[in-house]
Design a protein around this ligand. Structure first.
Ligand code: GRF
Length: 224
């Protein structure tokens, strides 16, 4: 893949999206953020992307309903897919995209779609990860960048960062500590994927060389 064109999918404030846009703006970054798409028209991230000069649009998922009025996920995903194809997208980054994707869409983009999750997978899949980490009394928490597969929050792990859980932590304080690391590992993992260096072997991501400075504890994939 020569300098892949990247779409970032968001639903909200877009702080991870901004970390990707800023990283990709640096000279020599091996990919180009071609567009930002939100499933929520009111997402603050849309204005932030536009201010950074990235084309950004909403595809409002609430507009897609079947004749009985139920959400039509397949119809939404079909428009999303057509939009990505029209933009000639090579790689998709889910960045706080709070919408389940259909297995058909996910399979089509498998190996070309990555996600950031605010926990050390496979622990704490799903929502409210910081509250649940505190309730379980874990001493280490963190975040994960992984390839997306049809099952939610499962898929080959590209990179993780760990942070300590401190005495007296609130979900907000812990979440802020994790978010700072999300902003470190997501651009780093995207770089590896753009360079074609995150190889999946038997469901495990391997990479030949890895270097990253300025983090709490970043765990790269094993050498292949
Ligand atoms: C992040 O914590 C991300 O890990 C999770 O949703 C949050 C999105 O935050 N999937 P932001 O929109 O990137 O600021």
């Amino acid at each position: 893949m020569s300098r892949p064109r990247i779409a970032v999918l968001i639903s909200g404030r877009g702080s991870n999206m901004m970390s990707l846009i800023e990283a990709a703006a640096a000279p020599g970054f091996p990919g180009e953020i071609a567009c930002v798409i939100s499933n929520r028209p009111e997402a603050h991230g849309l204005a932030r992307a536009q201010a950074a000069g990235i084309p950004a649009r909403a595809i409002d998922h609430t507009a897609f309903r079947d004749p009985s009025g139920k959400p039509d996920r397949a119809a939404f995903d079909a428009v999303l897919d057509a939009t990505l194809e029209a933009e000639q997208i090579d790689l998709v980054c889910l960045a706080g995209f709070m919408r389940l994707l259909t297995p058909g869409f996910t399979r089509k983009w498998q190996g070309r779609m990555i996600n950031i999750h605010p926990a050390l997978l496979p622990s704490f899949k799903g929502l409210h990860t910081h509250e649940r980490a505190l309730a379980e009394g874990v001493k280490i928490h963190g975040c994960t960048v992984h390839f997306v597969t049809p099952e939610m929050d499962v898929g080959p792990i590209i990179m993780q960062a760990a942070v300590p859980v401190l005495e007296g932590d609130t979900p907000e304080a812990l979440g802020a500590r994790v978010l700072a690391q999300e902003h470190v590992i997501y651009p780093a993992a995207l770089r590896l994927v753009c360079e074609g260096r995150a190889r999946i072997e038997d469901n495990v991501v391997r990479v030949d060389e890895f270097e990253l400075a300025g983090h709490a504890l970043v765990v790269p994939p094993p050498a292949g």
